[in-house]
Structure formats: C-alpha cells, structure tokens
Design a binder for this molecule. Structure first.
Ligand code: HEC
Ligand code: HEC
Length: 523
C-alpha cells in the first residue's frame, strides 16, 4: 500500500531512541534560586504557595470543572464584560459558506470551522481518537491540529529586513503557509474533503529508560500528505506535487489554551529581554527572543514593522490581535480587516474558487467581529491553584526550583502599568514562562525556521492552569504537537538546553518525581 515512490511524504522516517539519562556530578550544580528575571531573588519561594496565579485577574471559580478555562476575568468593567461575551459567541460559532447567514465567511479552504473546534472549551485540542502506530488516520475538518508548511527561504540568513518580512517562512508555491485539508465551494470536484491535500497521521513510538530501570513509552504523531490538488505525472510517469518536494518543511501544531493571554501581552518587553541576558551557561540555558513581522504596525504605515514575538508555539506572532485574526483568516478562511486577502490568493485553487463562487469578493468579518474576538482571547481568566497546603505539592514546588525547571519556566512577572485593560495593570502574575525560545533538542525539532526560531527552538510554555488540562479535555496532549499524553512524558521529551534539568528529573526517585507532578497538577 505504501510502496509508490514519491507518493507519500513522511515527516519523520526514523524512530527516535532516547537514551537513558545519565546523571551529572554535582560540580556544576545550578543556581537554584528559582525566580529569575524581574523578580528579586528573595521572592524565589513565593510561588510555592501562591494561590491566585494571575492576581486579581484570577478566576474566582474554585471548582475544578470542565469549564475551568472559560471564565471572564472577574475585574472587567460592565462594558468590557459585554464585549467579552460578544466575543464568546463568535469564538464558539461555526462559520458557514452560506452568504445568507450572519456567520458567513468559511473557506474557500480551512482547517476547522470554529475557534472552539481547536481550542476545546478554551483549552487545548487533542490528536484524533484511536491513533496507533500501525494504521494511518485521515484528518477531517473538526481536528485541532494543523500543519504549518513552508519552503526554505534562500534570503534567510542573518539578514532580516522588510523585504524578507524579517524571516517569515516562505509560502510553498501553489499552497501557502499552512496546509488546509478542508475546503468549501466544491473546489476539488468529486473529492470529498475539498482541501489542498489530505493529511494522514499515525504514531511513532519510542521509549525512555530511567536510571532506576523504569521504562516510559513515548509517542509522537507523524504525517503523510496524500492526494494534493496539484498532483501530476511527470514524463517518466511518476506522481509529483510541489508539496512532496524535499525542500518543503512541515510544522505540526496543536490548538493552545486560551486563558491568561492578555496578561502575557502585558509583560514589559524590557523585562523579557533582561531575562534573555541572564547567563545560565552552567546549565546550558540561554533563552532568546523571537522578532517577527507585525501586521498591525505595517497596516499603520510603520516603515519597520518588527516586534518581539509572544504568541504561538515559536513566539511567531507579536499580539493576541494578530494571532487571532491570522487564525480567523487562515485556520477558518474568514477574511477580516487585518488580513483581508484569502490565504490561497493567487494559487490555482483560488482561481477555481473564483469560478465556483456565487458573488464578488468582499472582506467577510468586520471591525466589530475583530474587536470582540480579540478581546475575548485577551480576557479569559486563569484558574486559581488548588491543594497548595498539601505537603507533596509543597515538596514538588521545592523540587521544581531545585532541578532548575525555573530556568525557563520563570515563575513570576509584574505586568506593566499601561495596559488598555485596566484590570491587567500592575498585576503580579505566575505564568511559569520566560516568553523566550530555547533549543529543546532533536526529538522535538520540526526542522522548520520560523522568523528567528530554528527547528529545535520553542517558546517556553506557560504552566499556569496546566493541572486542569485533562479536566477540561480528557484527551488533550501536551507540547507543541500534542504528543505527550501525560505531564511526565512532556518532561521526558525535554532535551537540548533543558537536558540538564530533564536529567535531574530522571535522577529523582519515583516518589519525588510524583511530587513534582503533583505540584504541576496544583497549578
Ligand atoms: C485549526 C485549529 C485552530 C483554529 C480553528 C483556531 N486556532 Fe488558535 N491556535 C491553533 C494553533 C495550532 C495555535 C498555535 C499556533 C502557532 O504556534 O503557530 C493556536 C494559537 C492561538 C493563540 C495563541 C495562544 C498562545 O498561547 O500563544 C490565540 C490567541 C488563538 N490561537 C486564537 C484563536 C482564535 C481567536 C481563533 C478563531 C478565530 C482560533 N484561534 C482558531 C489552532 C487553531
Ligand atoms: C531550557 C528551557 C526549559 C527547561 C529547563 C524546562 N522547560 Fe519545560 N518547556 C520548555 C519549552 C520550550 C517547552 C515547550 C516545548 C514544546 O512546545 O514542544 C516546555 C514545555 C513543558 C511542558 C508542557 C507544557 C504544555 O503546555 O504542553 C511541561 C509540563 C514542562 N515544560 C515542565 C517542565 C519541568 C517540570 C521542568 C523541569 C524538570 C522543565 N519543564 C524544564 C522549556 C524548558
């Protein structure tokens, strides 16, 4: 079945065998002071027992239910709450290709018809049910996973300029920056899903052996792209597509949790940069900021529209507004004031769309949809911590510091004093991220550059609220592609700059590893 040469593109061919962790001797023991960045060292222990992870912007709901991520920030004023609620409706709405409906705008190509379809109950998504390592499953149009695609950018050396959009990944000719497995308007004629290509997925398994002999099985999704719309037979009769050429890079990404984002936006840039200069070379840790194309600045006529990246798994977007509107335009296919042109504009498939479309092009979502969706995405409350008096949780917090998880998962920050959302000004928050990129090793690499992020660099994920992940979506997975089904697996995948810390985790006895996990579950 899988023998036709060139027909199937498999992202990763070889299975990764992670070697057993080897312990380091104590000679270069890390700085275990905990909190880095703009927090004084004396505060290092404060995060152990802080209940309100987002200060007064923490949710007041103390019940760990499946709605735990869906509360508005309690300190919004009435007008703000109203805007949040308008956004809530739009976030849950399924967009439609029917021009007579208010939720018009879906397609011509898309990954999912609703924001909530990928950000399940405002949390993260999950890989398709029933994945195994021996049979491929085809992604439908209700999946939370998407593939960013691009080709190697020849201008993309250290020279970042407006012309190369500061290192933005280059669209695959005939495609775009993202692969759309679904479409509307009968773009592919008789083909069922009407997208640019079919995305098939299965698991690749590997395992990790702890120094104490215990074995942990791991898996990650791998992909096969079939039936691309531009497929043709070359002169020798081989099946070809631009998508199958060897310079095409693919980055699988899973829908991320939505709470606390406006607060992450309010961390002063100068504080993030201070942290990037902290020398943690004794652990091999050196975070770097991503710098990315800023569509808002560009639209305002700024001649140098560059900003620090904050959102997405590689910090490749600068703001919640840009991320949300890029999602509306790309993931769902709804053009909007910030991104008014369809993602596949200029491709052959777009011409087909124009031919099949009943009426002229217009921007599908207006200014007020843009405002409400963005505000909603900025104002979901972070859940409060639970079980903070539990002795295992407290012991786990101490271990989290001691084995230097805090080197990247910076516990606390102070937000700035000029956020447009008054509730966000001057808040002490505990997101557990330094907002910086780190080399996480080959096992996690997607081998695709994204602005200044290399294939193996990822933004440190915030850990606040992470303990409720499975309560909100029992099938949710951790890490950028949702590969880790448990927190333990997520930690064991850490490598590269995080190897020091990961090895020290592996060196713990089983009971202490359990305590660290208990701490994470209390967040
Ligand atoms: C097809 C799935 C999908 C849909 C639909 C989708 N998203 Fe996302 N979302 C993702 C993925 C995947 C990421 C990570 C993207 C990246 O790293 O490039 C993400 C990231 C985000 C982030 C940044 C989160 C963070 O912590 O950095 C925001 C904000 C966001 N999405 C908002 C929205 C909004 C608003 C909508 C609806 C207009 C939406 N998304 C629709 C999959 C989706
Ligand atoms: C060198 C920096 C670094 C260190 C040290 C580090 N992490 Fe991470 N962590 C990251 C990055 C980057 C990611 C995101 C990786 C990805 O998306 O694939 C991450 C992801 C995670 C996740 C998954 C989060 C999610 O939302 O899916 C968990 C859990 C986690 N780290 C816990 C820990 C623990 C516990 C430690 C200490 C043993 C630790 N990390 C040490 C950088 C680090």
């Amino acid at each position: 079945l899988f023998s036709a040469i060139g027909k199937y593109f498999i992202l990763t061919l070889s299975s990764i065998l992670l070697l057993a962790a080897c312990s380091k001797n104590g000679s270069n023991s890390p700085n275990s002071s905990g909190t880095l960045g703009n927090s004084a060292p004396t505060e290092s222990e404060e995060f152990w027992t802080t209940k309100l992870s987002a200060g007064s912007a923490t949710s007041t709901d103390y019940f760990a239910t499946s709605h735990a991520f869906s509360y508005p920030v309690p300190t919004l004023n009435p007008e703000e709450l109203q805007l949040h609620n308008q956004g809530d409706i739009l976030f849950e709405q399924h967009f439609s290709e029917d021009e007579l409906r208010p939720e018009y705008g879906l397609g011509p190509v898309f990954n999912n018809a609703a924001c909530i379809g990928c950000h399940n109950r405002d949390g993260r998504g999950s890989l398709p049910a029933g994945l195994t390592d021996n049979s491929w499953i085809k992604l439908g149009n209700t999946e939370a996973l998407l593939l960013k695609i691009s080709i190697e950018n020849p201008d993309d050396n250290e020279d970042y300029n407006l012309e190369n959009k500061f290192g933005e990944p280059k669209a695959v000719p005939g495609y775009s920056h993202q692969l759309f497995q679904a479409g509307s308007y009968g773009l592919r004629g008789e083909t069922s899903s009407d997208g640019q290509a079919e995305i098939w997925v299965k698991l690749e398994r590997s395992s990790f052996q702890y120094p104490d002999g215990q074995i942990l099985s791991l898996s990650k999704p791998i992909f096969d792209l079939r039936n691309p719309y531009d497929e043709y037979l070359d002169s020798s009769g081989a099946q070809k597509s631009r998508l199958w050429e060897s310079d095409v890079k693919i980055s699988p990404r899973m829908g991320m949790p939505m709470y606390g984002l406006g607060l992450l936006e309010s961390i002063p840039e100068s504080d993030i940069l201070k942290n990037s200069k902290v020398d943690r070379s004794n652990e091999g840790v050196h975070g770097t900021p991503n710098y990315v194309y800023d569509a808002v600045k560009a639209q305002a006529g700024n001649p140098y529209p560059l900003s620090i990246g904050r959102f997405g798994v590689k910090a490749s977007t600068p703001s919640v507004l840009q991320q949300s509107m890029a999602a509306l335009n790309g993931d769902i296919g709804v053009t909007n004031p910030l991104f008014p042109v369809e993602s596949i504009f200029g491709t052959k498939l777009f011409e087909k769309y124009l031919a099949n479309k009943p009426s002229p092009l217009k921007v599908e979502a207006n200014e007020s949809i843009m405002r409400a969706l963005t505000f909603y995405s900025q104002t979901l409350a972070v859940p409060p911590r639970r079980d903070i008096e539990n002795s295992d949780v407290l012991a786990g917090a101490k271990i989290f510091s001691k084995i230097s998880c805090t080197s990247c998962h910076t516990p606390s920050w102070q937000t700035d004093s000029n956020s447009s959302i008054i509730a966000y000004r001057n808040q002490k928050i505990y997101p557990y991220t330094d907002m910086l990129l780190h080399d996480m090793g080959e096992g996690l690499s997607d081998k695709r550059k994204d602005f200044r992020a290399t294939g193996s660099q990822w933004k440190t994920r915030p850990l606040w609220g992470i303990g409720l992940t499975k309560v909100v979506n029992p099938r949710a997975g951790f890490l950028h592609d949702g590969r880790a089904s448990t927190l333990e697996e997520a930690i064991i995948w850490h490598d590269g700059e995080a190897k020091y810390s990961r090895d020290r985790f592996a060196d713990l006895d089983k009971v202490d590893r359990g305590k660290l996990i208990r701490f994470l579950q209390s967040l």
